[in-house]
Design a protein around this ligand. Sequence first.
Ligand code: PLP
Length: 426
Amino acid sequence: SYHAAIGNGMPGWYDEGRAHAWLPYSQMKTAAPPLPVVGTRGSRILLADGRELVDGVASWWTACHGYNHPHIRAAVAAQLDTMPHVMLGGLLHEPAARLATRLATLLPGDLDHVFFSDSGSVAVEVAMKMAVQSWINRGVRGRTRFVAFRGGYHGDTTGTMAVCDPDEGMHSLFRGLLPEHLIVDLPVDEARTEALDRLLAARADEIAGILVEPLVQGAGGMLFHDAEVLRTLRRLADRHDVLLIFDEIFVGFGRTGTLFACEAADVVPDIVTVGKALTGGTLPLAATVASRRVFGAFWSDDPMHALMHGPTYMGNPLACAAALASIDLFAREPRLDQVRAIETQLGAGLASCRGLPGVVDVRVRGAIGVVELDRIDIAALKARFVEQGVYIRPFGRIVYLTPALTIEADDLARLTDAIVAVLSEP
Ligand code: PLP
């Protein structure tokens, strides 16, 4: 029915392109054919046959201001006229300089040194290399492991797969390729805090840092934890002298109700990664931001103490211009108030899922709404959602919403109503 639903009005590029374009996380033989999209507007995805789907996931959590915000488009267009790209090798341009300054100002504490890259996975890889090399530069050898957490997701490159939850199906194939890190339970209670404390006491001399998604573990299962967990991690990292890295790629830029999740815990990590909503969902860009202490380990007369990393397109001027415009919008428009309104509406709109058969949990934090099921037929659910006029992508045993922070109340109601309706079906 998924296919039937898009049977008419197929554009010419579609069939030929389908034979060549290899899509992410898709069994190309059996997956429902991709929907032919011809445009985006606000919280809507426009299909070739004229239908508009209300987007429940904001293009993997990036399009925080909705699609095609005029302020971002104007900034990118102006930059396109001046300089679409120049490398950062030995050069510095105004958009990268301004964005580095802006991020250093916005992030708490002394998170002051900004290293750009072009995807979240690479920003996390850079954070890991930065942590490891900072120890080497300080004359400490052997600290090459990370403590990361069950339920975590940090990317799908080789380095980052190794710090994801190892039980996660999609990465388990590659286990033989991956270095071993220490993947443990989040210190959500006394017993787990003590276990982590003991682990760090025993093995700190091989540990470069602790890596965590603050407040919400996203792609690993949309699991929430309290701000207190982050304060515990800060305390343990300080006690055992290991670095604390927050991966804010999902939660950064308002998703949980503060601009950065670390603000809610009043904790300053040693390194933070941002990506996804950094450009308001327009261009690929990510950043790894280091504290003065971490940067200080690289500040040296020894050229071998330089950070040994440099993606070709790092700090692309178009992407930096988009990010600056996106950050403007957090100041100019009432985004965080909108998040609070979304949180309230998600809570009310998803509440009636609680009694439905198969529903294990319903949880909401900021602009994230989650319905956890005991089992799930992902393909069937996706198709039913499209039939309801909404774009929602369940994964694992999770149906979730992470809409644009600008979504209209009516559109948000369509999303929550569709979930209630589809999950109510026998
Ligand atoms: N870190 C977190 C917390 C993420 O949610 C993701 C993507 O889902 C990544 C890293 C990887 O980012 P990217 O897909 O841009 O490589």
